[in-house]
Design a protein around this ligand. Structure first.
Ligand code: CS2
Length: 494
């Protein structure tokens, strides 16, 4: 568009004539929440809910300050600073309708890379009442099979020796909490928004393990004063593409360097357990419940696990997107069988939720042809995701005598995927995983030792010693390694 304009506060009036934009006094907002990990998901979810709240019931004490602790956060920091915290959220409906809107709830951004002070100070500041997190499943620094805090991590060892120069979330949280404790300020709530079962409890246990080693008095104070609500978060948020940036500039007339796209569905179920007040998020549609555990289990073991099932199998077959998988009947049937026969039996009772319609709605969401959620995003960091999404279900089915084939095939396929790095057409698969090299190395030993891949105990626990699992896994590995024709194998099972 000829007269396209840059997204920033000065241009907001003009932009508001083109698409919905914040109508509240952003300059009056204070940073009552400090959010670590400002990826697409945070911007499509918590920041969106906060924006909705501001529109419905202006609450000046509840703006968001973004925080980045990793080098990779530099870019979002620079973009959001340049755009005065503003960005466009593009909701893509299954029928092709596209709804862009400007979100205004992020009002500041600090990096803790070169110096920790700006971040620690922000967290320790009086106005701040909540530190929320989307630091990914791998960011919690625990051993997935034992659940124990990983003190071997060199960054953790560094922080224990030198608390003044924190590197991980734990070092930053304790440094800020120490300041608050010393100056008589109340503890902030730590609100985890990651896809981990009992995410608040995990955040609490890990923070306390760390703090107990670093400063016992502080650990005692944290234990007494601080709340860690569990929550279930949900909105499918694919990686932003150049075509999204071009669409905004060419069709809407807005130059936004990093918009976010997402599906229309959104859900947030949170335990009402906050140490120092909270926004009235319910006005923006958030559900507060006394116990979120059954909801999180349902979501992790159906939606997230379902994604991984489609992602790993789809990657080997050569599907590029999740909706591409959903156009393939073999994948659709396989997914449903996995959800009905493996995942549903291990879920807890959920009052008022009809699991069949939940699963139907997941299928519709996955099939949204406009979302184009890439298989590579879903498979990224599988080493952090699969233990929580899939292996946990497998373990429960092994314990209860339930059926295991559908999940076991995915594990066998994950081994093949890590080993080969190409799909059935010989096209390279992009593997993004902090453990990629180790996974590959183990997978490559499969020919000599069929169980080499599952002998990684930190991921698989004692699965390699379970006779029933080993038999099923070995059969699948042999079959996949014959010709990599994963779809043919799936077809024999449905
Ligand atoms: C996905 C999630 O990362 C993944 O593998 O399953 O990002 C998923 O899209 C969100 O949890 C949806 O709420």
């Amino acid at each position: 568009m000829k007269n396209s304009i840059a997204l920033n506060q000065n241009n907001l009036k003009t932009i508001a004539n083109r698409i919905p934009s914040p109508n509240y006094a952003r300059n009056e907002l204070k940073a009552g929440m400090v959010h670590v990990g400002v990826g697409g998901f945070h911007r499509a979810h918590q920041a969106y809910y906060t924006h909705k709240l501001q529109e419905k019931a202006f609450s000046p004490e509840w703006g968001i300050c973004g925080i980045g602790l990793r080098k990779g956060d530099q870019k979002i920091h620079d973009v959001l600073r340049k755009q005065d915290g503003l960005y466009t959220l593009i909701v893509k409906h299954p029928d092709g309708k596209i709804e862009p809107q400007v979100i205004g709830s992020i009002i500041d951004f600090n990096l803790g890379i070169e110096s920790a002070d700006p971040v620690v100070d922000k967290m320790a500041q009086h106005d701040n009442k909540i530190v929320s997190l989307t630091i990914t499943e791998g960011g919690y620094n625990f051993n997935p099979s034992t659940g124990e805090f990983d003190f071997e991590n060199p960054d953790i060892q560094h922080e224990l020796k030198d608390p003044g120069r924190p590197k991980t979330i734990y070092g930053f949280l304790t440094a800020a909490l120490k300041k608050r404790c010393d100056s008589g300020l109340p503890a902030f709530t730590v609100m985890s928004c990651d896809n981990i079962q009992h995410n608040g409890d995990v955040a609490r246990d890990m923070l306390l393990s760390f703090a107990q080693k670093q400063d016992k008095d502080l650990a005692f104070w944290i234990e007494k004063e601080e709340c860690f609500p569990n929550s279930m978060v949900d909105r499918i948020t694919p990686v932003t593409n150049q075509s999204d940036i071009d669409y905004l500039e060419e069709s809407v007339g807005i130059k936004d360097e990093w918009p976010v796209t997402c599906e229309p569905f959104i859900q947030w179920v949170v335990e009402d357990n906050f140490s120092n007040g909270r926004p009235e998020f319910e006005k923006g549609g958030v559900q507060f419940v006394p116990d979120v555990k059954p909801y999180e289990k349902m979501k992790l073991r159906l939606l997230n696990a379902g994604h991984s099932v489609l992602g790993i199998l789809g990657a080997i077959h050569g599907h590029k997107t999740i909706n591409g998988c959903m156009e393939d009947n073999t994948f659709v049937t396989y997914l449903r069988r996995f959800m009905d026969e493996k995942a549903t039996p291990i879920l807890d009772e959920l009052e008022g939720i009809d699991l069949n319609s939940y699963k139907d709605s997941l299928q519709e969401r996955f099939a949204n042809p406009n979302i184009k959620d890439s298989v590579s995003r879903i498979c990224s960091e599988s080493s952090a995701k699969l233990p929580k999404f899939l292996i946990a279900t497998l373990q429960e089915n092994l314990d209860s005598g339930g059926s295991i084939q559908y999940a076991t095939l995915v594990i066998a396929a994950w081994c093949y995927y890590s080993d080969k790095g190409t799909d059935k057409n010989g096209q390279p698969i992009e593997i993004i995983d902090a453990m990629a090299a180790e996974l590959k190395q183990k997978a490559q030993q499969t020919k000599a030792d069929t169980l080499a891949f599952i002998k990684q105990d930190s991921l698989f626990g004692d699965l390699s010693k379970n006779e029933r699992f080993v038999k099923c896994y070995s059969d699948f590995v042999q079959q996949i390694y014959k010709d990599g024709n994963i779809k043919a194998l799936m077809q024999t099972m449905i």
